[in-house]
Design a binder for this molecule. Structure first.
Ligand code: SF4
Length: 388
Protein backbone atom coordinates (compact mmCIF):
# COMPACT_ATOMS: atom_id res chain seq x y z
CA UNK A 1 0.00 0.00 0.00
CA UNK A 2 1.24 3.51 -0.82
CA UNK A 3 2.57 5.35 2.25
CA UNK A 4 3.03 8.80 0.76
CA UNK A 5 0.75 10.56 -1.71
CA UNK A 6 3.40 11.00 -4.40
CA UNK A 7 2.96 10.49 -8.16
CA UNK A 8 6.14 12.12 -9.36
CA UNK A 9 9.50 12.12 -7.60
CA UNK A 10 11.94 14.81 -8.70
CA UNK A 11 15.39 13.88 -7.54
CA UNK A 12 18.47 16.07 -7.59
CA UNK A 13 21.34 13.61 -7.52
CA UNK A 14 24.66 15.13 -6.52
CA UNK A 15 26.90 12.98 -8.67
CA UNK A 16 29.87 15.11 -7.64
CA UNK A 17 30.22 17.75 -4.92
CA UNK A 18 33.32 19.33 -6.39
CA UNK A 19 33.65 21.62 -9.41
CA UNK A 20 36.28 22.37 -12.02
CA UNK A 21 35.30 26.08 -12.00
CA UNK A 22 34.25 28.62 -9.34
CA UNK A 23 31.24 30.74 -10.40
CA UNK A 24 31.00 33.65 -7.99
CA UNK A 25 27.23 33.29 -7.40
CA UNK A 26 27.19 29.51 -6.82
CA UNK A 27 24.72 28.68 -4.02
CA UNK A 28 26.28 25.29 -3.50
CA UNK A 29 29.85 26.28 -2.63
CA UNK A 30 29.65 29.93 -1.61
CA UNK A 31 26.53 30.23 0.58
CA UNK A 32 26.00 29.26 4.20
CA UNK A 33 25.46 25.52 3.57
CA UNK A 34 29.00 24.13 3.56
CA UNK A 35 27.95 20.49 3.98
CA UNK A 36 29.71 19.56 0.73
CA UNK A 37 33.00 19.73 2.65
CA UNK A 38 31.95 16.62 4.61
CA UNK A 39 30.62 14.72 1.60
CA UNK A 40 32.48 12.46 -0.83
CA UNK A 41 33.89 14.21 -3.89
CA UNK A 42 31.88 11.84 -6.14
CA UNK A 43 29.39 9.04 -5.50
CA UNK A 44 31.35 5.86 -4.73
CA UNK A 45 30.66 2.59 -6.58
CA UNK A 46 28.96 1.17 -3.46
CA UNK A 47 26.81 4.29 -3.15
CA UNK A 48 25.76 4.00 -6.79
CA UNK A 49 24.26 0.61 -5.92
CA UNK A 50 22.62 1.97 -2.77
CA UNK A 51 20.95 4.79 -4.72
CA UNK A 52 19.52 2.30 -7.25
CA UNK A 53 18.24 0.01 -4.47
CA UNK A 54 16.68 2.99 -2.65
CA UNK A 55 14.83 4.11 -5.75
CA UNK A 56 13.53 0.66 -6.54
CA UNK A 57 12.28 0.25 -2.96
CA UNK A 58 10.58 3.67 -2.82
CA UNK A 59 8.92 3.35 -6.24
CA UNK A 60 7.29 0.09 -5.15
CA UNK A 61 6.41 1.34 -1.66
CA UNK A 62 4.64 4.52 -2.77
CA UNK A 63 3.45 3.38 -6.22
CA UNK A 64 5.37 6.26 -7.79
CA UNK A 65 4.46 6.69 -11.48
CA UNK A 66 7.23 8.96 -12.67
CA UNK A 67 10.78 9.83 -11.64
CA UNK A 68 12.79 12.78 -12.92
CA UNK A 69 16.47 12.75 -12.03
CA UNK A 70 18.73 15.78 -12.46
CA UNK A 71 22.35 14.62 -12.42
CA UNK A 72 23.95 17.56 -10.67
CA UNK A 73 27.07 18.83 -9.01
CA UNK A 74 29.34 20.66 -8.53
CA UNK A 75 30.26 19.43 -11.95
CA UNK A 76 28.77 15.97 -12.54
CA UNK A 77 31.18 15.06 -15.34
CA UNK A 78 34.00 14.96 -12.79
CA UNK A 79 32.81 11.39 -12.15
CA UNK A 80 34.77 8.87 -14.23
CA UNK A 81 32.80 7.75 -17.26
CA UNK A 82 32.74 4.03 -16.34
CA UNK A 83 31.11 4.80 -13.00
CA UNK A 84 28.72 7.26 -14.63
CA UNK A 85 27.66 4.45 -16.97
CA UNK A 86 27.13 2.14 -13.98
CA UNK A 87 25.06 4.86 -12.31
CA UNK A 88 22.85 5.30 -15.39
CA UNK A 89 22.40 1.53 -15.62
CA UNK A 90 21.43 1.35 -11.95
CA UNK A 91 18.90 4.22 -12.23
CA UNK A 92 17.40 2.87 -15.43
CA UNK A 93 17.05 -0.59 -13.94
CA UNK A 94 15.41 0.79 -10.78
CA UNK A 95 12.86 2.75 -12.84
CA UNK A 96 12.29 0.16 -15.57
CA UNK A 97 8.53 -0.13 -14.92
CA UNK A 98 7.77 3.61 -14.83
CA UNK A 99 8.58 6.79 -16.73
CA UNK A 100 12.12 8.04 -16.10
CA UNK A 101 13.48 11.40 -17.33
CA UNK A 102 17.22 11.93 -16.96
CA UNK A 103 18.96 15.27 -17.31
CA UNK A 104 22.53 16.32 -16.63
CA UNK A 105 23.36 19.90 -15.67
CA UNK A 106 26.91 20.73 -16.70
CA UNK A 107 29.24 23.55 -17.67
CA UNK A 108 30.02 21.38 -20.75
CA UNK A 109 33.77 21.94 -20.48
CA UNK A 110 34.52 18.21 -20.21
CA UNK A 111 32.11 16.99 -22.88
CA UNK A 112 33.53 14.88 -25.68
CA UNK A 113 32.15 12.30 -28.08
CA UNK A 114 32.37 9.48 -25.52
CA UNK A 115 30.16 11.41 -23.10
CA UNK A 116 27.72 12.12 -25.91
CA UNK A 117 27.60 8.44 -26.82
CA UNK A 118 26.78 7.61 -23.20
CA UNK A 119 24.03 10.24 -23.00
CA UNK A 120 22.61 8.86 -26.23
CA UNK A 121 22.43 5.29 -24.91
CA UNK A 122 20.43 6.37 -21.84
CA UNK A 123 18.49 9.27 -23.38
CA UNK A 124 20.04 11.85 -21.04
CA UNK A 125 19.02 15.43 -21.82
CA UNK A 126 21.93 17.86 -21.49
CA UNK A 127 21.43 21.24 -19.79
CA UNK A 128 24.35 23.64 -20.14
CA UNK A 129 24.94 26.49 -17.71
CA UNK A 130 25.88 29.57 -19.71
CA UNK A 131 25.11 33.22 -18.98
CA UNK A 132 25.38 34.73 -22.47
CA UNK A 133 28.21 35.83 -24.78
CA UNK A 134 31.76 36.07 -23.31
CA UNK A 135 31.36 39.58 -21.90
CA UNK A 136 28.30 38.44 -19.90
CA UNK A 137 29.21 34.84 -19.09
CA UNK A 138 32.74 35.58 -17.93
CA UNK A 139 31.67 38.14 -15.34
CA UNK A 140 30.72 35.40 -12.88
CA UNK A 141 31.40 32.05 -14.58
CA UNK A 142 35.14 31.88 -14.00
CA UNK A 143 37.61 29.11 -13.29
CA UNK A 144 39.73 28.79 -10.17
CA UNK A 145 42.39 31.04 -11.69
CA UNK A 146 39.81 33.74 -12.36
CA UNK A 147 39.72 33.13 -16.13
CA UNK A 148 36.50 33.20 -18.14
CA UNK A 149 34.98 29.85 -19.13
CA UNK A 150 32.83 30.84 -22.10
CA UNK A 151 35.08 29.50 -24.89
CA UNK A 152 35.54 26.14 -23.17
CA UNK A 153 31.82 25.79 -22.40
CA UNK A 154 30.62 26.54 -25.91
CA UNK A 155 33.17 24.09 -27.38
CA UNK A 156 31.30 21.35 -25.46
CA UNK A 157 27.88 22.82 -26.15
CA UNK A 158 28.48 22.93 -29.92
CA UNK A 159 29.21 19.18 -29.88
CA UNK A 160 25.99 18.57 -27.96
CA UNK A 161 23.94 20.70 -30.39
CA UNK A 162 25.45 18.87 -33.36
CA UNK A 163 24.74 15.45 -31.81
CA UNK A 164 21.13 16.49 -31.15
CA UNK A 165 20.80 17.61 -34.81
CA UNK A 166 21.96 14.16 -35.84
CA UNK A 167 19.32 12.62 -33.56
CA UNK A 168 21.90 10.97 -31.29
CA UNK A 169 20.75 12.70 -28.07
CA UNK A 170 17.71 14.73 -26.95
CA UNK A 171 17.65 18.44 -27.70
CA UNK A 172 19.78 20.36 -25.16
CA UNK A 173 18.88 23.42 -23.13
CA UNK A 174 20.68 26.41 -21.66
CA UNK A 175 20.30 27.71 -18.11
CA UNK A 176 21.23 31.38 -17.83
CA UNK A 177 21.41 33.18 -14.48
CA UNK A 178 20.11 36.70 -15.05
CA UNK A 179 22.53 39.57 -14.59
CA UNK A 180 20.76 42.90 -15.16
CA UNK A 181 24.17 44.48 -15.81
CA UNK A 182 24.41 42.38 -18.99
CA UNK A 183 22.44 42.69 -22.23
CA UNK A 184 19.47 40.26 -22.29
CA UNK A 185 18.89 40.69 -26.02
CA UNK A 186 22.52 39.80 -26.76
CA UNK A 187 22.17 36.72 -24.54
CA UNK A 188 19.00 35.62 -26.36
CA UNK A 189 20.58 36.11 -29.81
CA UNK A 190 23.74 34.30 -28.73
CA UNK A 191 21.81 31.26 -27.51
CA UNK A 192 19.37 31.05 -30.42
CA UNK A 193 21.30 32.39 -33.42
CA UNK A 194 24.96 31.66 -32.64
CA UNK A 195 24.54 28.39 -30.75
CA UNK A 196 21.28 27.04 -32.21
CA UNK A 197 19.64 26.23 -28.85
CA UNK A 198 15.85 26.55 -28.58
CA UNK A 199 15.19 25.45 -24.99
CA UNK A 200 16.18 28.25 -22.62
CA UNK A 201 15.62 29.19 -19.02
CA UNK A 202 16.51 32.44 -17.32
CA UNK A 203 17.00 32.04 -13.58
CA UNK A 204 16.67 34.54 -10.78
CA UNK A 205 19.84 34.47 -8.66
CA UNK A 206 19.56 32.27 -5.54
CA UNK A 207 19.26 35.06 -2.98
CA UNK A 208 16.99 35.69 0.00
CA UNK A 209 15.99 38.80 1.96
CA UNK A 210 19.25 38.76 3.91
CA UNK A 211 21.54 38.66 0.88
CA UNK A 212 19.56 40.54 -1.79
CA UNK A 213 20.72 43.97 -2.94
CA UNK A 214 17.43 45.92 -2.80
CA UNK A 215 18.70 48.60 -5.15
CA UNK A 216 18.36 45.98 -7.91
CA UNK A 217 14.61 45.39 -7.38
CA UNK A 218 12.85 45.68 -10.72
CA UNK A 219 15.99 45.18 -12.83
CA UNK A 220 15.33 41.47 -13.28
CA UNK A 221 11.76 42.19 -14.41
CA UNK A 222 13.09 44.67 -16.98
CA UNK A 223 15.59 42.00 -18.15
CA UNK A 224 12.81 39.44 -18.60
CA UNK A 225 10.59 41.91 -20.45
CA UNK A 226 13.38 42.43 -23.00
CA UNK A 227 13.74 38.68 -23.50
CA UNK A 228 9.95 38.30 -23.80
CA UNK A 229 9.66 41.13 -26.33
CA UNK A 230 12.62 39.85 -28.37
CA UNK A 231 11.04 36.44 -28.84
CA UNK A 232 7.69 38.04 -29.63
CA UNK A 233 9.12 40.52 -32.15
CA UNK A 234 11.05 37.81 -33.95
CA UNK A 235 8.13 35.39 -33.95
CA UNK A 236 10.33 32.59 -32.59
CA UNK A 237 7.49 30.16 -31.89
CA UNK A 238 9.87 27.22 -31.54
CA UNK A 239 11.96 28.88 -28.81
CA UNK A 240 10.86 27.79 -25.34
CA UNK A 241 11.74 29.90 -22.32
CA UNK A 242 10.71 28.02 -19.23
CA UNK A 243 10.20 30.87 -16.75
CA UNK A 244 8.16 32.93 -19.24
CA UNK A 245 6.17 30.00 -20.60
CA UNK A 246 5.26 28.93 -17.07
CA UNK A 247 4.02 32.40 -16.09
CA UNK A 248 2.05 32.70 -19.34
CA UNK A 249 0.53 29.27 -18.77
CA UNK A 250 -0.61 30.33 -15.29
CA UNK A 251 -2.04 33.61 -16.58
CA UNK A 252 -4.14 31.67 -19.07
CA UNK A 253 -5.53 29.24 -16.47
CA UNK A 254 -8.83 29.83 -14.72
CA UNK A 255 -8.74 29.99 -10.91
CA UNK A 256 -10.34 26.52 -10.76
CA UNK A 257 -7.73 25.08 -13.12
CA UNK A 258 -4.94 26.65 -11.07
CA UNK A 259 -6.41 25.07 -7.92
CA UNK A 260 -6.30 21.67 -9.70
CA UNK A 261 -2.68 22.36 -10.68
CA UNK A 262 -1.79 23.08 -7.06
CA UNK A 263 -3.45 19.85 -5.92
CA UNK A 264 -1.47 17.91 -8.55
CA UNK A 265 1.70 19.72 -7.48
CA UNK A 266 1.24 18.45 -3.94
CA UNK A 267 1.76 14.93 -5.29
CA UNK A 268 5.18 15.94 -6.66
CA UNK A 269 8.00 15.53 -4.16
CA UNK A 270 11.46 17.03 -4.55
CA UNK A 271 14.44 15.50 -2.76
CA UNK A 272 18.21 15.64 -3.01
CA UNK A 273 20.67 12.77 -2.71
CA UNK A 274 24.14 14.00 -1.79
CA UNK A 275 27.37 12.52 -3.10
CA UNK A 276 27.72 10.46 0.08
CA UNK A 277 24.35 8.83 -0.74
CA UNK A 278 22.39 10.63 1.96
CA UNK A 279 18.84 11.85 1.46
CA UNK A 280 17.76 15.43 2.20
CA UNK A 281 15.30 18.05 1.00
CA UNK A 282 15.82 20.39 -1.98
CA UNK A 283 19.42 21.59 -1.66
CA UNK A 284 18.57 25.15 -2.79
CA UNK A 285 16.41 25.54 0.34
CA UNK A 286 19.21 24.11 2.43
CA UNK A 287 21.49 26.84 1.09
CA UNK A 288 19.55 29.62 2.93
CA UNK A 289 18.74 27.86 6.19
CA UNK A 290 21.06 24.87 6.69
CA UNK A 291 20.49 24.84 10.44
CA UNK A 292 16.78 24.19 9.88
CA UNK A 293 16.93 21.96 6.82
CA UNK A 294 20.14 19.96 6.90
CA UNK A 295 19.49 16.38 7.99
CA UNK A 296 21.30 13.78 5.95
CA UNK A 297 20.05 10.20 6.19
CA UNK A 298 21.86 7.35 4.38
CA UNK A 299 19.63 6.09 1.55
CA UNK A 300 20.40 2.52 2.61
CA UNK A 301 18.67 3.13 5.96
CA UNK A 302 15.95 5.68 5.29
CA UNK A 303 12.83 6.35 3.23
CA UNK A 304 10.99 9.21 1.57
CA UNK A 305 8.39 8.90 4.29
CA UNK A 306 11.01 9.50 6.99
CA UNK A 307 12.27 12.54 5.09
CA UNK A 308 8.91 14.18 4.51
CA UNK A 309 7.44 13.35 7.93
CA UNK A 310 10.58 14.54 9.73
CA UNK A 311 11.05 18.02 11.22
CA UNK A 312 12.60 19.53 8.08
CA UNK A 313 9.84 17.98 5.92
CA UNK A 314 7.21 19.71 8.10
CA UNK A 315 9.10 23.01 7.91
CA UNK A 316 9.28 22.71 4.14
CA UNK A 317 5.56 21.95 3.81
CA UNK A 318 4.70 24.91 5.99
CA UNK A 319 6.98 27.21 3.98
CA UNK A 320 5.52 26.07 0.67
CA UNK A 321 1.86 25.90 1.58
CA UNK A 322 1.41 29.07 3.65
CA UNK A 323 1.02 32.17 1.50
CA UNK A 324 2.97 35.14 2.89
CA UNK A 325 0.67 37.55 4.75
CA UNK A 326 1.99 40.44 2.65
CA UNK A 327 0.77 38.71 -0.54
CA UNK A 328 -2.86 38.30 0.52
CA UNK A 329 -4.13 41.51 -1.14
CA UNK A 330 -1.96 41.26 -4.24
CA UNK A 331 -3.65 41.18 -7.65
CA UNK A 332 -1.15 38.56 -8.83
CA UNK A 333 -1.21 36.29 -5.79
CA UNK A 334 -2.83 33.33 -7.51
CA UNK A 335 -0.42 33.40 -10.45
CA UNK A 336 2.74 34.33 -8.60
CA UNK A 337 1.97 32.36 -5.42
CA UNK A 338 4.54 34.38 -3.47
CA UNK A 339 7.38 33.99 -5.94
CA UNK A 340 9.14 31.67 -8.34
CA UNK A 341 11.08 29.81 -5.62
CA UNK A 342 10.38 29.62 -1.91
CA UNK A 343 13.95 30.62 -0.96
CA UNK A 344 13.31 34.08 -2.41
CA UNK A 345 10.85 34.61 0.49
CA UNK A 346 13.27 33.64 3.23
CA UNK A 347 14.73 35.91 5.90
CA UNK A 348 16.38 35.01 9.18
CA UNK A 349 13.96 37.28 11.03
CA UNK A 350 10.64 36.04 9.55
CA UNK A 351 11.38 32.68 8.00
CA UNK A 352 9.35 32.33 4.79
CA UNK A 353 6.61 34.83 5.67
CA UNK A 354 7.75 37.52 3.25
CA UNK A 355 6.87 38.37 -0.34
CA UNK A 356 9.50 37.33 -2.86
CA UNK A 357 12.61 39.50 -3.13
CA UNK A 358 11.68 39.51 -6.84
CA UNK A 359 8.11 40.76 -6.16
CA UNK A 360 8.57 43.94 -8.18
CA UNK A 361 10.22 42.01 -11.03
CA UNK A 362 7.38 39.49 -11.18
CA UNK A 363 4.80 42.29 -11.28
CA UNK A 364 6.70 43.96 -14.13
CA UNK A 365 6.82 40.88 -16.34
CA UNK A 366 3.22 39.81 -15.56
CA UNK A 367 2.04 43.35 -16.28
CA UNK A 368 3.76 43.29 -19.68
CA UNK A 369 2.33 39.88 -20.51
CA UNK A 370 -1.18 41.11 -19.70
CA UNK A 371 -0.68 44.16 -21.97
CA UNK A 372 0.33 41.84 -24.81
CA UNK A 373 -2.65 39.54 -24.21
CA UNK A 374 -4.97 42.57 -24.22
CA UNK A 375 -3.42 43.88 -27.44
CA UNK A 376 -4.08 40.44 -28.94
CA UNK A 377 -7.80 40.77 -28.17
CA UNK A 378 -8.33 39.45 -24.63
CA UNK A 379 -10.52 41.88 -22.69
CA UNK A 380 -9.34 43.31 -19.39
CA UNK A 381 -12.57 41.93 -17.81
CA UNK A 382 -11.65 38.41 -18.89
CA UNK A 383 -8.09 38.88 -17.64
CA UNK A 384 -9.27 40.20 -14.27
CA UNK A 385 -11.72 37.33 -13.94
CA UNK A 386 -8.83 34.92 -14.35
CA UNK A 387 -6.86 36.73 -11.68
CA UNK A 388 -9.71 36.80 -9.18
S1 SF4 B 1 5.51 38.06 -4.18
FE1 SF4 B 1 4.73 40.04 -4.81
S2 SF4 B 1 3.77 39.68 -6.84
FE2 SF4 B 1 4.03 37.70 -5.82
S3 SF4 B 1 2.04 37.35 -4.78
FE3 SF4 B 1 3.45 38.29 -3.28
S4 SF4 B 1 3.02 40.50 -3.38
FE4 SF4 B 1 2.18 39.53 -5.27
Amino acid sequence: MAQLDVDHLQLVLKVSERCNIACTYCYFFFKSDQSYREHDAVLSAANVEDVGAFLQREIARHAIKRVTIALHGGEPLLMKRARFRALLESLTQACRTIRLDLTVQTNAMLIDDDWIELFGVFGVRVGVSLDGPPEANDRARIDKKGRGTHARSIAGLRQVVEAAREGRIPEPGILCVMDPGADPVAAYRHFVDDLGVRHLDFLFPDDDHDSFDRSRAGEFGAYLVKVFETRLRRGDKDVRIRVLDHLQFLLNRTPAARADDRAAQRRVKVATISSDATLGIDDIIRSVAPERFNAFRPVSRTSLEALFSGAEGHRLREAESRRPAACSDCLWRDVCGGGVHVIHRHSLARGFDNPSIYCEDIKIILGRMVQVMHAAGVSYDALLENLA
